[in-house]
Every structure is written in C-alpha cells, then in structure tokens.
Design a protein around this ligand. Sequence first.
Ligand code: SF4
Length: 258
Amino acid sequence: MTEHSPSSIYGPVKSWRLGWSLGVDVLCVDSICSFECVYCQLGKINRVTAEREVFVSTEKILDDLQKSDWQKADVITFSGSGEPTLAKNLGEVIEKIKELTHKPIVILTNSTLLHDEKVRKELLHADKIFCKLDAWSDETLRRFDHPHNSVSLEKIITGINHLRHGFDGFFAIQTMILRPMNDFEIEELAEIYHLIKPDEVQLNLPTRPVPKDYFVETRGNEVEYNQSFTQLKTISKTELEKIRQKLSNLTKLPIITR
Ligand code: SF4
C-alpha cells in the first residue's frame, strides 16, 4: 500500500436502517468478491475469488480509523469494496475496533464463506449480521449473483444456518428481488427462510446505479458518476408488497421492504 492508497474508512453515511454508519473497507485495494451480482453497486468485481487473504493491514485500518470522524457514528459497518469475510484479518480488525470505539459492529456478508467455522467464529464479535440470500436454487444463484465456481446454494444455506444458531446478536437476511416471482418460487424461498428463522428478512429492489467499472467511491451511498452506468429495471413497489405479504403469511417472520 502506498501513502496515496484510499482510506479503508469512509463516512459516516446515513443509512435508512442503521442511522449514521461508519464504513470499514477491509478490501479497498480493489473490488474483491466471491460473487459478481448483476446489480452490484461496485460495477465490476476485478478479483473474483473465494480465497481469504490480508488485503489491507490491520495497522493501516486502525490508523485510518483514528483519522476519521468515528465518534459521530452510531454504528460501524463492515461492507466496502466487496465481501468482507474474504479478509483474513477480519476477526482481528473487528475486535480491535470494538475495543477502541465501543460502538456496535454490523457486518454485511454475501454468506458464501459462512460454511468455514473460522469465519463464523470471527463474526461472533459483531452485534448485527446481515446475510445476503438472493436465490432459492442453484440456477437462480448463478443467474442473479454469478458466484465463484466453488460456491453452491447448499453451502450458503448450511453456513447461514450454523452462524444463525451460534450467534446471539441481531440476525437478518437480505434478499434482492430481481424479477417477478411465481407462487412456487415464493414457497421455495419461504422454506429457506423458515429453516433459518432470522430475526428479520429485508426485501430490496436493485435501485442503485451499476457503474461500468469499479472506483473506490462506489462503496458509499453518495456517489458522483463520471462514467456511464446502468439503471436496472425493477418490479413495482406494489408487486414487491404482494411478494412480501405471501412470504410473511408462509413464514410468520417479520419481513420488511424498503
Ligand atoms: S456480494 Fe455485494 S459486493 Fe459482491 S458482487 Fe454482490 S453486490 Fe457486489
């Protein structure tokens, strides 16, 4: 890393569900993920991998934190330029930031590494975990999230389940609804939610622009686009509400939409 490398800390940014959220980006040398979701706000994932490694040193992250406005944040959120569990030093960074700030820690994960017990142990220090689960079959997983070839839906669901049942904090599932769903598909998804029994399910629509290429500012939510971007077509809010109601009736879980 050079001294001109971007800060691994950004914000605080206003989040509709978390208040003022300070972002920690344990990957900010590039866009790095085990998925290449069609709706990814980072635009392009330059390194598609399922291998853990240290991308940004713990020392640099703590140094960037000290230079930031962390005191103004309500929560500290790990998300950033891809999948945070790919960072081998994630557990150490979570513990050190918690010690330093005493703020609640939130993790946004795409769930692909949760089958690894070591990853799950590192996440136990968080206060809230939001797990992505967009698909109800390997076919929809491939179509929506373009996973690394080592990833399967079964592995994802097993990992989420293990984590859910060993974690005492707030545990939510986030699902991006990418197209209309028929009753069979809704039932399949409801069955998976029912198995996991999260504290909450959040259904989202892909409303954020998808830039052509990754640049580090795409990790935040106030981005100015100097390059072309795509705006995905979404289903209507009314259609989303119908899906929400059906899922809610089938699972009896708190299911919310934005
Ligand atoms: S999991 Fe997140 S970072 Fe990775 S490709 Fe999907 S939206 Fe982008």
